[in-house]
Design a protein around this ligand. Structure first.
Ligand code: PMP
Length: 412
């Protein structure tokens, strides 16, 4: 069975899907696990004495164990389920803001971050009177690593950076940032949302303080995210929301909390989503090496194909031919990024256009947006060729249309 055969979507669809950085398709096993759980095993978790409730709790907790093993977390209780990377980062920024854990006066954020890893820190800085500093991205879309590292000083409270940028595909040397943060007693927050489906990660090796990601970008369900944290930090953080599930004891005047991870999981979670997420983790754990090799081949072919197109400028590390992540953001001299996406759609190729939830980065690059092609395990080399061909044809069509419009306008 090929990797692509795991995805029933591609048995139905004849188009090319090149927007996996936004969200990925689901494996058959993820779909089956969802249906099976909802049809046969559904019940709430963590609060029932009856068998079905215990069974659901066991399945839910089994996913936590699998996720912990997958990212090398020392313990499953350091894995907190949220509804996505966005919520994970908001939980962090809010609870850190309500804690005694921050020492230092500056928050450092990488200049290419997704809004989800920028706005919560912006808000925290405002609330706690800290200064938000942005690590520099140059006009080619590359991080100025040495300058950025030099910004980590004894004044730094938090260093927040993605492992892989969703807007540029850049893979950042996060270990260096984590070590620099720790050398100055700052906290390190890594947004692994665009990394976990493409490369192995290990919390023991990275030794970051916090790491976040979303299940739906790793062939799993929507509405499930992960917040990993070091045990002592999670212990020291206050809860994010208050209510059921997270409470240990409550009277009308006081309450005490469960310990991690339930302390951060108030309310009824996305039970079926978490249960089915286990199938996505199994899939990745089994195939990640193969996927990584395959995606490298896709990236090389995509780079070669796009490089040959006149007037097309690829941004970031990918544009320098030094990225093995199959994600490229590009701009064209002659065509607006939205028009590129529309023209590609006519050829049944789904690509993303716009600011990719990184508006300040677009200002730095002095563009209103880019077109982004992002591939995943299920894409093929033939599809990469077809994408490049479709783009070339679209550009010819667009050029002819422009000429026609001009000559029409010139008619008496
Ligand atoms: N960080 C990065 C790097 C992302 O690509 C995304 C999603 N585009 C997010 C955070 C937010 O993820 P979600 O929308 O699943 O919460």
């Amino acid at each position: 069975m090929s990797i692509r055969d795991h995805f029933p979507y591609f048995q139905q669809s004849t188009g090319i899907y090149a927007d996996s950085a936004a969200t990925t398709h689901k494996t058959q096993a993820v779909i089956e696990r969802t249906v099976e759980f909802l049809t046969r095993d559904y019940a709430t978790v963590h609060r029932s004495a009856y068998r079905a409730g215990n069974n659901a709790t066991n399945k839910f907790e089994a996913t936590r164990q699998k996720v912990a093993a997958f990212i090398g977390s020392p313990s499953a209780n350091q894995i907190i389920f949220t509804k996505g990377a966005t919520e994970s980062l908001n939980v962090l920024a809010t609870t850190l803001g309500n804690s005694e854990l921050l020492s230092g006066s500056e928050i450092l954020v990488c200049g290419s971050e997704h809004h989800a890893n920028l706005l919560p820190w912006q808000q925290l800085a405002e609330k706690r009177g800290l200064t938000l500093k942005i690590m520099p991205i140059n006009s080619a879309g590359q991080l100025e690593v040495e300058r950025a590292l030099a910004m980590v000083t004894p004044a730094t409270a938090i260093v927040a950076i993605a492992q892989v940028s969703n807007a540029l595909g850049n893979e950042y040397p996060i270990k260096r940032f984590i070590d620099a943060a720790h050398a100055h007693k700052a906290l390190s927050v890594i947004d692994g949302t665009q990394a976990v489906a493409h490369m192995p990660v290990d919390m023991r090796e990275l030794a970051c303080d916090f790491y976040v990601f979303s299940a739906h970008k790793m062939y799993g369900p929507t509405g499930v995210g992960v917040l990993y944290g070091k045990a002592e930090l999670l212990d020291a953080l206050p809860p994010y929301q208050l209510g059921g599930e997270m409470v240990a004891q409550a009277t009308f005047s006081r309450a005490s909390w469960q310990s991690k991870p339930l302390k951060f999981e108030a309310g009824t979670p996305n039970i079926a989503g978490v249960v089915a997420f286990a199938a996505a983790v199994d899939f990745l754990a089994k195939h990640l090496k193969t996927i990584q090799e395959h995606e490298k081949t896709l990236a090389v072919n995509l780079y070669r194909g796009l490089k040959a197109i006149e007037g097309l400028r690829m941004l970031g590390d990918f544009g320098q031919g030094i990225s093995s992540i199959p994600l490229v953001s590009f701009i064209l001299d002659s065509v607006h990024h939205h028009d590129v996406a529309l023209l590609m759609d006519k050829a049944s190729v789904a690509v993303r256009s716009g600011h990719h939830c990184a508006m300040p980065l677009m200002d730095v690059l002095q563009v209103s947006g880019t077109t982004r092609i992002s591939l995943a395990a299920y894409n093929t080399v033939e599809e990469v060729e077809a994408i490049v061909d479709a783009l070339k044809k679209a550009l010819v069509m667009e050029a002819n249309a422009t000429v026609e419009t001009v000559s029409d306008a010139e008619l008496p």
